[in-house]
Design a binder for this molecule. Structure first.
Ligand code: ZN
Length: 261
């Protein structure tokens, strides 16, 4: 079976556009996250170099390309630009491509894109300060609610299933953390993590939310072992798990259930 050349050109153009949108989104949300982490005004003010304070121009702010052309350094003082900048831009670029490949151009891909940006922003703050700001949780909940009408006649089903997903995973994690805290006398999960489980559960609905819950624990555990740390921020693990489950959560849940039945 041959695929028409026009179709290949169209899908390549769509993937390229998705990749560029992903890198721009990553640049935007990393900037917001790092400004909040540094206690700066995240709405007003121009982007500056963290080391010398020089105001950055458009030439310094093109996602991926600026980092490559400036060899990962500030043009003015030569200070190294954090690697997380280009890593997050490339990751979100590829994630946007995966979203349109998996779902095509539609509401599901749009949800993946919006949610992944919000999750990147809050992960940047959590990595720096061990805090998940309520603003990101609220932004996620509002974004979820605004996308519900796009499901047309299924909007009610979508809304109810989303609420079930959110309540289910946040309820489970709240119960587990309360039990764990009682047994060990230490705080295991922060309130921000529980709220994050609720917010991502809205998008994932029960089955994919359960897959994300297991995956986030696995990622958190592996990260702690690899980094040899007793305490790590859990937000990034929950975020990565939620992003993967948005795309492949149903397949992961199916695979997991097949192990037992
Ligand atoms: Zn500089």
């Amino acid at each position: 079976m041959s695929v028409p050349a026009a179709e290949i050109t169209n899908s390549a153009a769509l993937s390229a556009a998705a990749f560029i949108c992903g890198t721009v989104s990553a640049s935007f949300f990393t900037c917001i996250g790092s400004r909040i982490a540094a206690g700066k005004d995240w709405i007003r003010g121009r982007s500056t170099c963290d080391a010398c304070g020089h105001v950055l121009s458009v030439r310094d702010l093109i996602p991926v390309l600026s980092y490559i052309f400036n060899r990962g350094k500030c043009r003015w003082c030569g200070a190294r630009i954090p690697v997380i900048c280009i890593v997050s831009e490339l990751c979100l670029g590829f994630y946007f491509v995966l979203a349109v490949v998996r779902f095509g151009l539609g509401i599901e891909a749009f949800r993946c894109m919006g949610l992944s940006g919000i999750l990147l922003g809050l992960s940047v703050v959590d990595l720096a300060c061990y805090v998940i700001p309520d603003g990101f949780i609220a932004a996620g909940i509002i974004f979820w609610a605004l996308t519900i009408p796009f499901y047309g006649s299924f909007w009610m089903e979508e809304g109810v299933q989303g609420l079930c997903g959110g309540v289910l995973v946040s309820g489970i994690m709240l119960g587990v953390s309360l039990l764990f805290d009682r047994l060990t006398g230490k705080e295991s999960l922060g309130g921000g993590d529980i709220k994050l489980f609720f917010m991502t559960g809205l998008f994932l609905k029960p089955v994919r939310a359960a897959a994300a819950l297991l995956l986030s624990c696995l990622i958190g555990l592996c990260s702690a072992v690899i980094l040899k740390k007793r305490k790590i921020p859990f937000g990034p693990s929950i975020s990565i798990a939620a992003c993967l489950s948005m795309l492949y959560g149903s397949l992961m849940a199916q695979w997991y259930l097949n192990l037992f039945f």
